[in-house]
Ligand binder design. Structure first.
Ligand SMILES: [Zn+2]
Length: 434
């Protein structure tokens, strides 16, 4: 026992497998009067209150009854430099990028601005219960520096990278094949595996990377197989047509990334909406991950993600906000909009599977399920405490709720940052009074 030990009491919910239906009680552990013993930033024990109450006599008690205690949320696709782009009026993807996003991202060459916005960005993640994210920084190495520096200060498990983009972007927002390689290489050497930080090699998308830059991305992925690779794919018809013009020799959009050796279990491909059958085959063969971004897909009118179809092919889909194309930092709001997108596709997103998805499910897609996404002993103590009575409308609705699934569905459909009562990062309380 050390003075950093904390005993967190509440209604504990942690997933052990992906729930296969509303009655799949084998997929999770739920303890009505449960507790977590947190020591040295990790979960030392997860059990009933009775079993743990005397185990660490000097531990600080954080009593969160009657709220739900779960693993912190994981956002697998978000743009740090779009903190002040979110909710920008516009047309479709390519206009939105050129009108709002690219001019905004040029500002991140300034280290002072990048540092200030990184602080604001992490404040929002924490306020919304997100304890890990995979983020795109701007083209400037300064923005990735600011991103990882702030993550380290908060001891958060964050994935990110500077975007590589050498064409079809304004002045001040292009690198070159050589500088993109050198800057990425230096950032990996400095940050990948330092503390809880992990690097993602980040060619923004095929439109903004020349074949010469794609060659550099290929080299980086080959030289750093333990890093992630994140990019965008098949979001919008105009984007797909332009990509085909720029890469006429590739079989299709995913074929571009395939041709340059970028795919594999560490590859995260944002959107993946308008997939051709061959592209789905390539996803399955390479173990790459489509990332569903429902609020963004609705906001930009991009299309409807086929979750069930891709899962049926054995793919492990991730889910994410995609702020600032996405319209909320909240993974709860993301589940709400995701539910509606899937409903338009004739599919259902049951609350048990939904809450698995934003915790253990995204951890699986990232290959980090032994570190984050559950409340298993030995994992990092990234924890969220949820209040399903966070506002009067939710309180009224909860009066009629009888089951855990009903409560979770109320959080999924009505919840946002107000439902996030407390957040712990590596055992340290970051939201709510200590
Ligand atoms: Zn994106």
């Amino acid at each position: 026992m050390t003075e950093t030990d904390t005993l967190i009491r509440g209604r504990i919910l942690s997933f052990t497998a992906e729930p296969q239906g509303p009655d799949d009680t084998a997929a999770y552990r739920y303890i009505e009067d449960g507790a977590l013993l947190v020591s040295g930033g990790r979960i030392a024990a997860c059990d009933t209150w009775d079993a743990l109450k005397d185990r660490a006599p000097g531990a600080r008690l954080a009593d969160h009854r009657p709220h739900l205690v779960m693993a912190g949320f994981i956002d697998t696709h978000i743009h740090m430099p779009q903190t002040q782009v979110i909710a920008s009026w516009g047309a479709q993807l390519l206009d939105w990028l050129n009108t709002y996003t690219f001019p905004e991202e040029t500002r991140y060459a300034d280290p002072g601005l990048a540092a200030a916005m990184a602080r604001a960005f992490y404040d929002e993640l924490i306020r919304h219960g997100t304890t890990t994210a995979a983020a795109y920084c701007s083209v400037h190495a300064t923005s990735a520096e600011a991103y990882f520096t702030e993550a380290e200060r908060r001891n958060m498990a964050m994935i990110g990278g500077k975007v590589m983009m050498d064409r079809n972007a304004p002045d001040g927002l292009r690198d070159t094949p050589r500088t993109s390689y050198d800057d990425t290489k230096a950032l990996i050497a400095k940050w990948h595996g330092r503390g809880r930080a992990l690097y993602a090699i980040t060619p923004r998308f095929a439109i903004t990377s020349s074949p010469e830059q794609m060659e550099m991305a290929r080299a980086l992925v080959a030289e750093h197989p333990d890093c992630y690779m994140q990019t965008h794919l098949d979001e919008n018809h105009a984007e797909i047509a332009y990509t085909a013009e720029l890469y006429p020799d590739s079989k299709d959009y995913l074929g571009v990334y395939e041709d340059y050796g970028l795919l594999g279990p560490k590859a995260l491909l944002g959107h993946a909406i308008h997939l051709k059958p061959r592209e789905i085959d390539v996803f399955a063969e390479t173990g790459s991950h489509p990332v569903f971004c429902p609020t963004s897909n609705l906001f930009l009118g991009s299309g409807l993600f086929d979750d069930a179809g891709l899962r049926g092919r054995g793919l492990v889909n991730a889910i994410a906000t995609d702020v600032g194309g996405g319209t909320s930092y909240s993974m709860l709001t993301t589940l709400n909009e995701g539910y509606k997108v899937l409903a338009l596709n004739g599919q259902k997103l049951h609350p048990l599977r939904a809450f698995h998805w934003i915790t253990r499910g995204n951890a699986l897609a990232l290959g980090l399920e032994d570190r984050i996404g559950t409340l298993d002993p030995g994992t990092d103590a990234d924890i969220v405490v949820l209040n399903a009575r966070a506002n009067p409308a939710m309180e009224l609705r909860m009066e009629r709720a009888r089951t855990l699934s009903e409560e979770l569905f109320i959080l999924q459909i009505m919840g946002d940052d107000r439902a996030v009562e407390a957040v712990y990062v590596a055992g340290k309380r970051q939201k709510g009074s200590a």
